[in-house]
Design a protein around this ligand. Structure first.
Ligand code: PHE
Length: 476
C-alpha cells in the first residue's frame, strides 16, 4: 500500500458513492437476515415480532445509521478517532471515544461466532455441491436433494457435523481466512471489490429462490405467519430481541458504519444513502422470511425450530421439492455470499482501530484481530461438543440455559449493541455540533428536525427501556 513520508499508510477511500452503498448493504445483509431473522421470527411466533422489528428499523435504526455514517464521514479515521474528532469539534469530552472502542470490541466478539456459523454454511455448501454433482452424474439434474436419505439421516448430518471438531475447526478457519484475506487487501481492492462482485450475485440468487419458493411452497401461509400479529406474544423479552435484531441486522452499535462512513470522501448527501441501506436490509430480511417459511410450512415443519432451522428443516424441504438438489446448493451459496460481505465489515472495525490508534500496519492489525477472533470462535464451536454443558453466564437468569456461542451472540446482541446505540444517540443528538451535523449530512432543515427528534429523544429513551426491561424482566 502507498505510504506517506513518515512511512504511514495513506488512507484509502471508496471509489464512488455507489461503492459505499454497495459495501454498506453488503455489511448489513448477512447471516442476520437469512439465518438470525427467520430463526427469531419463528421462535417468537411471527407477526408481532416482525412488525415490532420493522418499527425498530425505521424509527430507531434508520436515524442511527445516519448518525454513524455522519460520525465516520466527519472524522475520516477509525471509529474511536472519528468520535474524538467530532467531540473535539463540538467541545465535548474526548472520552466519548470509548463507545467507539466498545463497538470495536463488540465487532471483534461477533466475528468469532459469525465465522463459526458461516463455517456450518460452508460445510452445507459442500454437502449440497456433492449432492448436486451426484444428481448430474446420474443424469437427473432436477431431482430432489439428498435422494434416498430419510429424515433421521438428514438430521443426523447436523449432529455429526457438530460432533466433528476437526471439521468445524477447518470450516471456521477457512471462512476466517477468507475474511482476513479480503481485509488485508484493503478498502479498494479488498472490501469494495468483494462487494461489487458478490452483491449482484447475491441479489440474483435471492430473487430466483423467492420466485421458486412462491411457486412450489405455501406462500399464503408464510405471509400470514410473518405479518399477522398476535400482540400477546410481544413480551419484553421478544421486544428486546426484536430491537437487538434490528441493530444487529443494520450493523449498528459496533461502529461498523462509522468505520465504513470514514472512507466517504466526497460531499454525498447522507439522508438518501441511509434510507437505501435500511430499506435494502429490511427487504432482504423479509424476502428471506418469504423464501424460507413457504418451504418450511408447505412440508409441515416447525417454524420455531430455532438456530437449526435453516440447517435441519430446510434440507427436508429441498428433498421433496423439484430441483431441490440444485436449489439447496444455491441457497447455501447465497447465505455464504451474504456472510462474507458482512464478516469483512466486522473485521474492518477493529482493524481500522489498530491502524488509526495503534499505528499498526493493516497487515499486522488484521492478523491480530483475525487470529484473536478465530480463537474465541474455537471456544464457541467447542460448545457444541466437548463443552456442551458449559453455560458461561449461567448465574444470570436470562442466560441460564445459553451455551457458549449463544452467550456471545446474546451478550453482544442484547447488551453491547443497545449500549452502543444508546451512546451514539446521546452523542449525536446532544453533543455533536449542529453546524457540523448539517454540513456533513447535507440534510434539509425539515429532515434535520425529524432526525434530531428521533435521535435525541426517541432512540435513547426507547433503547434504554427495551434494554432494561429485557435484561431484568422481573421489574415489570
Ligand atoms: N449485519 C450483519 C448481518 O445481518 C451482521 C453484522 C453486525 C455485520 C454488525 C457488521 C456489524 O448479518
Amino acid at each position: 500500500a502507498a505510504t506517506d513520508m513518515h512511512g504511514i499508510e495513506k488512507r484509502e477511500g471508496w471509489s464512488s458513492r455507489s461503492a459505499f452503498i454497495l459495501a454498506a448493504i453488503g455489511a448489513a445483509v448477512g447471516l442476520g437476515n437469512i439465518w438470525r431473522f427467520p430463526t427469531l421470527a419463528g421462535e417468537s411466533g411471527g407477526g408481532a415480532f416482525v412488525l415490532f422489528y420493522i418499527g425498530c428499523v425505521f424509527l430507531l435504526g434508520l436515524p442511527l445509521v445516519l448518525s454513524e455514517i455522519f460520525i465516520g464521514k466527519a472524522g475520516q479515521t477509525d471509529a474511536v478517532g472519528s468520535i474524538r474528532h467530532v467531540a473535539a469539534h463540538s467541545r465535548a469530552s474526548k472520552s466519548w471515544g470509548l463507545f467507539g472502542g466498545l463497538g470495536a470490541l463488540a465487532a471483534f466478539l461477533i466475528l468469532s461466532f459469525y465465522s463459526v456459523v458461516a463455517g456450518w454454511v460452508l460445510y452445507y455448501v459442500g454437502v449440497f455441491a456433492a449432492d448436486f454433482g451426484g444428481a448430474l452424474l446420474a443424469g437427473e439434474p432436477f431431482r430432489g436433494a439428498l435422494a434416498g436419505e430419510d429424515h433421521g439421516a438428514i438430521q443426523q448430518r447436523l449432529g455429526d457435523m457438530f460432533a466433528n471438531v476437526p471439521l468445524l475447526l477447518g470450516m471456521h478457519a477457512a471462512f476466517m481466512g477468507l475474511t482476513f484475506y479480503i481485509i488485508a487487501r484493503g478498502v479498494g481492492s479488498g472490501i469494495e471489490k468483494a462487494a461489487t462482485i458478490l452483491m449482484p450475485m447475491f441479489f440474483a440468487l435471492l430473487v430466483g429462490i423467492v420466485i421458486y419458493g412462491a411457486f412450489v411452497g405455501d406462500f399464503g401461509e408464510a405471509v400470514a405467519f410473518l405479518f399477522t400479529p398476535d400482540w400477546s406474544k410481544l413480551t419484553p423479552g421478544v421486544m428486546n430481541s426484536a430491537l437487538g435484531q434490528a441493530l444487529f441486522s443494520l450493523s449498528l452499535g459496533v461502529a461498523g458504519l462509522i468505520t465504513y462512513g470514514s472512507y466517504i470522501g466526497g460531499s454525498d448527501r447522507l439522508g438518501p444513502t441511509a434510507g437505501i441501506i435500511a430499506v435494502a436490509d429490511t427487504s432482504v430480511a423479509l424476502l428471506a422470511g418469504l423464501m424460507i417459511f413457504p418451504i418450511v410450512l408447505s412440508v409441515g415443519l416447525d417454524p420455531a425450530a430455532g438456530p437449526t432451522l435453516v440447517f435441519q428443516t430446510l434440507p427436508f424441504a429441498f428433498q421433496e421439492m423439484p430441483a431441490g438438489s440444485l436449489i439447496g446448493l444455491l441457497f447455501f451459496l447465497l447465505i455464504l455470499v451474504a456472510a462474507v460481505t458482512s464478516s469483512i465489515s466486522l473485521l474492518e472495525v477493529p482493524t481500522a482501530w489498530g491502524i488509526g490508534e495503534m499505528k499498526w500496519s493493516r497487515m499486522k492489525s488484521a492478523t491480530i484481530f483475525g487470529l484473536g477472533s478465530f480463537v474465541i470462535g474455537i471456544f464457541c464451536l467447542l460448545g457444541y461438543n466437548v463443552w456442551a454443558d458449559v453455560r458461561p453466564l449461567g448465574f444470570w437468569d436470562i442466560f441460564a440455559e445459553t451455551d457458549i456461542l449463544d452467550t456471545v451472540d446474546g451478550f453482544t446482541g442484547k447488551i453491547m449493541l443497545p449500549l452502543g446505540a444508546f451512546f451514539t444517540a446521546i452523542f449525536v443528538g446532544w453533543k455533536a455540533d449542529r453546524r457540523l451535523v448539517a454540513e456533513t449530512t447535507g440534510l434539509s432543515r425539515f429532515w434535520l428536525g425529524v432526525w434530531r427528534f428521533l435521535i435525541a429523544w426517541l432512540c435513547p429513551i426507547a433503547v434504554a427501556i427495551i434494554l432494561v426491561t429485557g435484561l431484568f424482566p422481573s421489574i415489570l
